[in-house]
Design a protein around this ligand. Structure first.
Ligand SMILES: Nc1ncnc2c1ncn2[C@@H]1O[C@H](COP(=O)(O)OP(=O)(O)OP(=O)(O)O)[C@@H](O)[C@H]1O
Ligand SMILES: [Mg+2]
Length: 335
C-alpha cells in the first residue's frame, strides 16, 4: 500500500474558533510534504489529529489503512510524532528516555537495539546520552524529540517544526536524515523556513485560517511568483535610463523595477508578462544596444512571495508586496 496517510474532511473547533476547517489530503510513501502556514493557521492542530493526540470535531484520519480513532494501537505502531516544542521528561537522560519509549512501544530486543543505535547515531546524541534532558540546549532537546519519533522506524512521520532551534549545521543534518528516510516513508513536516521546503519537500501544502489554499510541488508554487522568470540586471548608473527604455520595448516585458544600489551599480529587475521566458530577448536587446551589464541572473520565483499572497488577510500587516504592474518604481526591500 502506498497511500500511508489519508486525511478526510478534518475539522476542529475550539468553542467559537474553527482551527481546522474541512481539510483533506493524502501522503504517499516516498513523499515529504511541507506543511506551511502563518502562526495560528492550524498546522499543529491538524498534526495532533493526524497522530491521534486530539480528536476531530468532524472528519477522519487513516494511517496505513487504520482509522486513528478506532485503531489507536495499530496507528501508534506505524507513526512517529514530534510535537511542537517537544515536551520531554526533563529529569530523564536521552538514553533512559529512548529505553522508556522502547518499553512503551513494546519493541523486541532486536528492534530496540537497532532502533536505539540508528536514532542515537542519526541525531548525534552520543555526547549527551547520559545528561538530564532538562540541562540540554534547545537544539539537543529537539534532537532527542526527533530520536524518539524515529526509534520504532515508523512508516509515517509527522514532525512539527523539526528544525526549530537547531543551528545551521544541525538543520542541514536533519534535512539529510529526512532525505535518507524519504523513500521508505511518508513524511509531513511543518516549518516556517521556506528554503527548507525547497531543500527537502517534494510537495507543499499551504494552510491559512484552517483551510488549504495551495497543494503543489515547490517548483509549481514558485511559478506563481511574480518573480518567476524575472531577469535581474546590475549595471552602471549611466546606462540605466537607456536600459529601462530598451527593456520596456520588449513585447513580453511587463515592467522594470529599480530595486537598489550597491557601490556604483544599479540593480534592476525586469518582470515578464505572466511567466514568459524573456531571458534570450533581454540578452539580445542588451547586445543590440551595446549596453554593458556587470551581472545578469534569472529568477526561478520566490516561495516567500507566493506564501504572502496566499496567506495575507486583506488589509493585514505587511501586505505591501511587489506590484510589477505599476511600471518603473523605487523599492528598497527586495534585493
Ligand atoms: N486547545 C486549544 N484551545 C483553544 N484554541 C486552540 C487550542 N489549540 C489551538 N487553538 C487555536 O487554533 C488555531 C490554530 O492553532 P495551531 O496551533 O494549530 O496553529 P499553527 O498553524 O500550528 O501555528 P504556529 O505556526 O504558531 O505553530 C489558533 O487560533 C489557536 O489559538
Ligand atoms: Mg504550530
Amino acid at each position: 500500500m502506498n497511500m500511508l496517510l489519508e486525511i478526510n474532511s478534518l475539522t476542529k473547533r475550539f468553542g467559537p474558533i474553527t482551527a481546522v476547517d474541512n481539510v483533506s489530503f493524502s501522503v504517499e510513501r516516498g513523499e515529504v510534504l511541507g506543511f506551511l502556514g502563518p502562526n495560528g493557521a492550524g498546522k499543529s492542530t491538524t498534526m495532533k489529529m493526524a497522530t491521534g493526540y486530539l480528536s476531530p470535531t468532524a472528519g477522519d484520519v487513516k494511517v496505513c489503512g487504520y482509522d486513528v480513532q478506532s485503531h489507536p494501537i495499530e496507528v501508534k505502531r506505524r507513526i512517529g510524532y514530534l510535537p511542537e516544542g517537544a515536551p520531554l521528561y526533563g529529569e530523564m537522560t536521552p538514553f533512559s528516555l529512548l529505553n522508556f519509549v522502547s518499553d512503551i512501544r513494546k519493541l523486541s530486543r532486536e528492534e530496540r537495539k537497532h532502533g536505539m543505535e540508528h536514532a542515537i547515531e542519526s541525531l548525534h546524541l552520543q555526547r549527551v546520552l547520559h545528561q538530564p534532558i532538562e540541562t540540554l540546549s534547545k537544539g539537543y532537546k529537539r534532537r532527542v524529540g526527533l530520536a524518539q519519533a524515529i526509534i520504532h522506524e515508523p512508516d509515517v512521520l509527522v514532525l512539527d517544526e523539526p528544525t526549530d532551534g537547531l543551528d545551521p549545521n544541525q538543520k542541514h543534518e536533519v534535512r539529510e536524515l529526512l532525505e535518507r528516510m524519504a523513500s521508505t516513508k511518508a513524511i509531513i513536516i511543518s516549518t516556517h523556513i521556506l528554503e527548507e521546503v525547497d531543500a527537502v519537500c517534494s510537495r507543499a501544502i499551504i494552510i491559512s485560517q484552517g483551510r488549504i489554499v495551495a497543494d503543489k510541488k515547490p517548483s509549481e508554487l514558485e511559478m506563481e511568483s511574480v518573480y518567476h522568470n524575472a531577469v535581474g540586471i546590475r549595471l552602471l548608473n549611466e546606462n540605466v535610463e537607456k536600459c529601462i527604455t530598451v527593456m520596456n520595448e520588449i513585447n513580453e516585458v511587463l515592467s522594470v523595477e529599480h530595486v537598489d544600489q550597491s557601490d556604483e551599480l544599479i540593480h534592476l529587475v525586469v518582470f515578464p508578462k505572466k511567466g514568459a521566458d524573456i531571458l534570450t530577448k533581454v540578452n539580445s536587446a542588451l547586445d543590440e544596444n551595446k549596453l554593458k551589464v556587470a551581472e545578469m541572473y534569472l529568477e526561478k520565483g520566490r516561495l516567500e512571495d507566493v506564501f504572502r499572497d496566499l496567506t495575507l488577510n486583506e488589509g493585514g500587516v505587511g501586505s505591501k508586496g511587489v506590484d510589477p504592474t505599476s511600471g518603473v518604481k523605487e523599492a528598497a526591500s527586495h534585493a
